[in-house]
Design a protein around this ligand. Sequence first.
Ligand SMILES: CC(=O)CC(=O)SCCNC(=O)CCNC(=O)[C@H](O)C(C)(C)COP(=O)(O)OP(=O)(O)OC[C@H]1O[C@@H](n2cnc3c(N)ncnc32)[C@H](O)[C@@H]1OP(=O)(O)O
Length: 381
Amino acid sequence: MSEAFIVGAAMIPMAKHRESSYSGLALPAVLNALASAGLKPSDVQSVICGHAFGGMLTGQRIVKEMGISTVPVTNVDNACSGGATALHQAWKDIQAGRHEIVLVIGVDKLTQFGGGTLPLVLEDPEVQQGMVMPALYAMRARRYLHERGAKPSDLAEVSVKARRHGARNPYAQFRKEVTVDEVLASRYICEPLTLLQCCPTGDGAAAVLVVSDAVRKRLGLPAVRVAASILHSGSMTTGFRDMLRPEITYHSAADAYEAAGIGAADVDVVELHDAFTIAELVYYEALGLCKPGESADYLKAGKTTYGGDVVVNPSGGLLSKGHPVGCSGVAQAVEMYWQLTDQAGARQVDKARIGLSHVTGGGIAGLDHGACTVHLFESTV
Ligand SMILES: CC(=O)CC(=O)SCCNC(=O)CCNC(=O)[C@H](O)C(C)(C)COP(=O)(O)OP(=O)(O)OC[C@H]1O[C@@H](n2cnc3c(N)ncnc32)[C@H](O)[C@@H]1OP(=O)(O)O
């Protein structure tokens, strides 16, 4: 069994790239990731492509443009977790000794829908009743305000931090800082969530090279070890569900910490799934960054920004960087690679050695979410 390492990474700036095809989005990320690892397209032994809305054979359409052939290409759909699931599959392949150099791509183009909320699967009974993602998270937010005695400004603080971090990130879709008042004054999407508390729709692509220990040693490059890679689907329940206890994230995080022998207190930098402000607060608790019930105070005390206990979403997170669904898990891995190899520029987390990324996928009736992926990374620099 070989351990898996990331030795190269790249992404394109997230934005509304209306004129680009899926291959057009992905190719610059792929070629720059290869270049950063000193590898050629022909060195790649397997390609795994995460996307949600690219249609059939998205990965093959990208690989065709790379000028390589016969390499096995796998497409992975796990909604927002698609990219992270692709990374999980690469980790498994490297561990099993099937391949030594795997290219992982995450890509999605949400501008194809022309605006509004994301299209969901119509056979889902909750979707038939009108469930859309902002509504799901608005219910969580209402529950949080009710149970915790929190204020809407507690939610808004998440966006303020996200935008402050994102302002340092040239790859972020939104780079302007905002105040609590501006967040609260933006238009309601689904009360209590306002526009600036929702991740935007946009387009993006990211790529990482995952290699075996032997290849890492041969390349001699700064590398990040994948210390744990956990994928869970949700547990079915037809009755009451505690919306402030996202069980799929609790389980995935606990398994990741156990697999890596790493505790939450050891983590220096986190990229978590802040699709809406409320998500970040409940995930602080589920990832064990703070105790249940303490998330709003933990944020307000500055514990999750530079100078605090752990820097959460230095990239700006989904709220600021953007959330092109199937791309996001790979974009998180790119940020982890940059942070843990001291290449994150103005947003570098000082002495970052251990990183955690977390992404959940898909609203689905009866489940907390459809998929959850948690990765732990360790710097080898
Ligand atoms: C399990 C899981 O948890 C899975 C998940 O990840 S769920 C999350 C998946 N992603 C989503 O659900 C996307 C959430 N966001 C949305 O649905 C939509 O962006 C929205 C309903 C909030 C707004 O959609 P819309 O009204 O059609 O806005 P849109 O046409 O995109 O943009 C209108 C303007 O608002 C701006 N805008 C849109 N979203 C913005 C945001 N979050 N912050 C700031 N500005 C925003 C746009 O830039 C645009 O400005 P300009 O006119 O100056 O260009």
